[in-house]
Write a protein that binds this ligand. Structure first.
Ligand code: ATP
Ligand code: MG
Length: 550
């Protein structure tokens, strides 16, 4: 028996609608505006829309909400498709709100004919003033009662490029006294002489979101149109247009946006980070975009698991990024190959190991059972932090006179060390115990610490990029002033020359690694054979379980 999980409120609605026979199958849609790359917040919406359809045998359309020609680009369309596929979902149809420009125009004409829309010559400022405030009623536009014929004529002229941008709009005739500001004669069409990424220069009037979205849902027979909470006040208008047009009744449902600590979740803000050079690109591994997580070594399943764990909320919340880190860490713990890499190297010399000798030791086997060899010699690189000149209490690593196990190799004892003129330790001299080789009977040796190492003669080098939070505060968008003031200046630490075990020269981009004691890593796409680059996906330290258990 599979574990019973309680239904989220959207699943409950869908089950009711199927049980009551309201629908025989469901159709959802994911409606991104192609004005940027998708972020992890979108993955919540993707998992929800595609997940519902998968669970109940329905389908999901991918619909690009491309009604604003000024901010939209084909590059974004391509990246959005790539990201959804990477997350593991298949859409039924690839559609564009711009596919419906002709139909939407006809809908608008039909509303004019029914007396539900009018052309307004007021300026943007005048319209804003007419709208009033939530506490005061609005004022009717002097153009509100234009004859239908005149409206039809003017709207056609708007379409025929006879007017300048901003000179006129088409407004819905709803109610200037409505308590809901969205119902105070909202704009349906505006004039924009701009090139559209798909329709080119065919149109100079473009529908507003509120007029395009619900009608697009209806044209496609979307049964459950799921969006985020900020659209709650738009719902009466969504329903109003559908009712006045007497077309297929789609229903809008709202859930809480996903927000994550230490980052921002808005394409507009992310675009600023890219354009102003705070990050190198949309897929800079510090970004919260899906492409950045992919590049950083996150897997589709870890993101899906995360979206599942956070559930579907009805109230806005801020999710701790350590939960996301927990999800990827759990997975990599199962799949990553354990290897050795020294990030902050210091030389260790084994005085009693013959200078011209080397041996190939057995590394830990991979989960697949595959083994690898670790060349060992008298000169090794170890981590600088694994040596202390004056050992602290409970120090089990190297210090003068102390012994430690070299992972998969021998036990060594520190005999002496050298310093340069500035007092920095430059070399550590040890002796090794030949009988202490890993894999043999070493029950007679009592050594508590194990450290990683690579053979100096055999190691390869690599650039290693360590990432920290992109922002210094949990919720930069809620702080005073510009969110960019809260950027963490130390979010990227580049190690130009780390020493890696030779097996890593054959690293491939989709293979996760655990650099023993240092975290989970993946090869970066910037890698070339002469300069391998590794990204730290996540550290080994689990802040999430600790938090939950406290
Ligand atoms: P942004 O401000 O980042 O551009 P948006 O809502 O304008 O966000 P769209 O491309 O219009 O982005 O969104 C596509 C779909 O994804 C919408 O249904 C939207 O509600 C949903 N979505 C966007 N951001 C989030 C989020 N943080 N959490 C959950 N769903 C989201
Ligand atoms: Mg948007």
């Amino acid at each position: 028996m599979s574990e019973e999980k309680s239904l989220n409120f959207l699943e409950e609605i869908v089950e009711e609608d199927l049980d009551s026979g309201k629908y025989t199958s469901i159709l959802t849609r994911f409606p991104p505006e192609p004005n940027g790359y998708l972020h992890i917040g979108h993955s919540k919406s993707i998992c929800l829309n595609f997940g519902l359809a998968l669970k109940y045998g329905g389908a999901t359309n991918l619909r690009f909400d491309d009604t604003n020609p000024v901010t939209e680009e084909t590059e974004y369309v391509d990246s959005i498709k790539e990201d959804i596929q990477w997350l593991g979902f298949k859409w039924e149809k690839e559609l564009y709100a711009s596919d419906y420009f002709d139909q939407l125009y006809l809908f608008a004409v039909s509303l004019i004919n029914k007396g539900f829309a009018y052309v307004d010559d007021s300026s943007a400022e005048e319209i804003a003033t007419q709208k009033g405030t939530p506490n005061e009623p609005g004022i009717e536009s002097p153009y509100r009662n234009r004859p239908i014929e005149e409206n039809l004529q003017l709207f056609e002229q708007m379409k025929n490029e006879e007017f300048a941008d901003g000179s006129r709009v088409l407004r819905a005739k709803v109610d200037m006294n409505a308590p809901n500001m969205h119902m105070r004669d909202p704009i349906m069409y505006r004039i924009k002489h701009a090139h559209h990424h798909r329709t080119g220069d065919a149109w100079c009037i473009y529908p507003m979101y509120d007029f395009a979205h619900g009608q697009s849902d209806s044209i496609e027979n979307i049964t459950h149109s799921i969006c985020t909470l900020e659209f709650i006040p738009h719902r009466p208008l969504y329903d109003w247009f559908i009712e006045k047009l007497s077309i297929f009744t789609s229903h809008q449902y709202e859930f809480a946006r996903l927000n994550l600590t230490y980052t921002v979740m808005s394409k507009r803000k992310l675009l600023q980070l890219v354009n102003e050079g705070y990050v190198s690109s949309w897929d800079d591994p510090r970004m919260p975009t899906i492409s950045a997580f992919r590049r950083r070594g996150y897997t589709p399943s870890s993101i899906r698991t995360f979206c599942d764990k956070i559930g579907v909320a009805k109230r806005d919340n801020l999710i701790d990024v350590s939960l996301l880190e927990f999800c990827i860490r759990e997975e990599l713990n199962q799949t990553a190959l354990r290897v050795m890499a020294v990030l902050d190297p210091i030389k260790l010399i084994i005085d009693n190991y013959p200078v011209d000798q080397h041996e190939d030791l057995q590394g830990d086997p991979a989960p697949s059972g595959e083994t690898r060899l670790l060349p060992f010699s008298n000169e090794l690189w170890i981590e600088r932090e694994d040596f202390m000149e004056v050992p602290a209490k409970k120090w089990f690593r190297l210090a003068p006179g102390m012994m430690v196990r070299l992972k998969n190799a021998y036990i060594v004892k520190c005999e002496s060390f050298l310093k340069d003129d500035d007092g920095n330790i430059t070399k550590i001299h040890c002796t090794y115990i030949p009988e202490s080789k890993s894999g043999h009977d070493t029950s007679g040796f009592h050594v508590k610490g194990t450290i990683h190492w690579v053979s100096a003669d055999h190691a390869a080098t690599a650039e290693v990029r360590l990432y920290d939070r992109l922002f210094k505060v949990e919720n930069p968008s809620s702080e005073e002033g510009d969110f960019k003031e809260y950027i963490n200046p130390n979010s990227l630490h580049i190690i130009k020359k780390a020493y890696i075990e030779p097996s890593l020269t054959k690293a491939s981009i989709n293979q996760p690694y655990q650099f023993i004691r240092k975290g989970y890593f993946c090869l970066d796409k910037d890698s070339i054979p002469e300069n391998l680059v590794f990204n730290r996906t996540v550290t080994l330290k689990d802040a999430w379980t600790k938090k939950v258990n406290n």
